[in-house]
Design a protein. Structure first.
Length: 220
């Protein structure tokens, strides 16, 4: 896929991971849509991308309901008149409670459900548009961790990304829609976040660019 002629939708664009991904793809010449809940971080990421390119849009989404997702795609249709060619489904993992913490089961369920809902809602909506338009699209599920000093819950998120990526690829391959995943490797005790982030970006770009990559997860 030629990135410089693509429309790229980046979710969680107000986070460090999402904003970095958005800036990177903007620098490659793509039309980039930043999507996240309304926040100062989303506005800042949008302004930073506008310093790189004029083909930048932002949309504040109140939640992950179907109505909100439909409003996002209505906005894209109105402003760009093209649906996304690429979905960067970015999510930042929060630490999970200890299994022996009996008072934290609700927190665990809530955080796990939010991760699943975020990935699935955007993935489903984008895949449906790509299929309707017979578009050779790409979906990349990318995760980073909120705190690399506390990796509790990381395995849960990695397994979720791997499961979604593999099952979606099987379902979407007949429609020429590729799906990949990128997760940080856990053997990075001596590495800084910036180095891990660079690897996440490089691997994501590789998946988007490589027309033969689908159904696999890369460790950065």
């Amino acid at each position: 896929m030629n990135i410089n002629s693509s429309v790229v939708l980046v979710t969680s664009a107000g986070t460090q991971l999402g904003s970095t991904m958005a800036r990177h793809f903007a620098s490659l010449g793509a039309t980039v849509i930043l999507c996240d809940k309304a926040s100062a971080q989303l506005s800042e990421a949008y302004q930073q991308c506008c310093d790189i390119s004029q083909s930048i849009y932002q949309f504040a989404i109140p939640d992950h309901s179907m109505d909100s997702t439909q409003a996002l795609f209505d906005f894209i249709d109105q402003e760009i008149r093209r649906s996304p060619d690429v979905l960067i489904n970015a999510i930042t993992v929060q630490a999970m409670p200890n299994i022996f913490d009996h008072s934290a089961s609700a927190v665990f369920t809530q955080r796990l459900s939010l991760m699943a809902a975020t990935l699935f809602t955007f993935g489903q909506a984008t895949a449906e548009r790509m299929r309707e338009e017979k578009k050779n699209g790409v979906i990349v599920n990318v995760i980073s961790h909120h705190d690399y000093q506390d990796l509790s819950g990381f395995d849960n998120a990695t397994s979720m990304v791997a499961g979604f990526t593999q099952s979606w690829a099987k379902q979407l391959t007949p429609f020429n829609i590729r799906v990949g995943g990128v997760v940080p490797a856990v053997e990075h005790d001596s590495m800084h976040w910036a180095e891990i982030q660079d690897e996440l970006i490089r691997n994501t770009e590789y998946i988007v660019s490589n027309d033969y990559f689908s159904g696999r997860v890369m460790a950065a």
